[in-house]
Design a protein around this ligand. Sequence first.
Ligand code: NAP
Length: 333
Amino acid sequence: MKCVRIEAYGGPEVMVLADIPVPAPGPGEVLVQVSHAGMNFMDIHTRQGKYRQSRTYPVRLPCTLGIEGAGRVVATGQEVAGFAPGDRVAWCIAWGSFAEYACVPARLLARVPDRLGLDMAAASMFHGCTAHYLAYDVARLAPGMSCLVHGASGGIGQILVQMARRLGVRVFATTSSAARAGRIRALGADQVLDYDGGRFADAVRDATGGHGVDVVFDAVGRETLRDSFRATRKRGLVVNFGSVSGPLDDLDPIELGEAGSLFLTRPRLADHMESQPVVQSRADAVFASLLDGSLDIVIAARHSFDTLAEGLERLEHRRSTGKPLLVVQPEAG
Ligand SMILES: NC(=O)c1ccc[n+]([C@@H]2O[C@H](COP(=O)([O-])OP(=O)(O)OC[C@H]3O[C@@H](n4cnc5c(N)ncnc54)[C@H](OP(=O)(O)O)[C@@H]3O)[C@@H](O)[C@H]2O)c1
């Protein structure tokens, strides 16, 4: 089968289009014929070797890339209950979706409703489940609260803005691109700001009577995190769920005290997808919102194996708006 692999960590040049045997599902695994795979920043982090020592995401070489996909079950391994050949499924945080077939742990699979295309299931699973646990479990957003979403034009950012707004939260958002501000406003953000070298924090404080917001969702990292502290109210929460600009590696906890006894967390999706019923319930919430029209996710580009590297490069260099997809085997009908 065709797949995109790495045998060493590095830049785009380490990705190779390979031909390997179709894998056999081990105990607890399901073999899926991949229809579509979502392309994510996490694929770039994988290629760079960011997870080489991770216990949460134990990536080892050689590695077939792709952490999100959708397709039809072809075979099940031992000890798998509840899935059968022909089932339409989606998953994320299991590596190997940039391939014609993938072995996926059954505990990470969600069933896809008949009315939802497998393309949209693959485009929404990772970002949707992430935004869901961040909004509902980590920040526990509720009516009357306020939040700031950095990188609101990004995949997770766009969904967070929509979920927060639907929960009755006042939403501030940042983007580096004036051209994307209109889209973010249309998704429900009350105020869209430029990062402005950290001065977004002053704008947020001014707009909140000098207090700051209840929650900041910060996946930008080094370039914004310290100013995010300034944008947060006393005893508020800073959710540093990513570091697209690089990590802040010189943080002294005393800074949180000085900034107003803040809570800082660095959560991971894997710790919020602890069983198949949890995965299914998060996916059901996302899929239902897509089907009733209350959540909008744009598929920005559809790539083949031949143009995948180009699509990942656009993502890495911030030139992608919306979700890029690898189309492996278009869904019949
Ligand atoms: N902790 C978790 O559970 C979890 C789960 C999934 C993903 N993540 C992480 O979350 C982060 C965001 O993921 P995503 O898929 O939403 O990414 P994405 O679609 O690429 O969006 C990231 C956004 O950040 C903004 N940005 C600001 N500074 C940037 C910089 N220096 N380089 C690149 N982008 C920058 C960009 O928007 P503007 O240019 O408009 O500002 C971009 O749209 C990644 O680090 C990913 O690994 C974490």
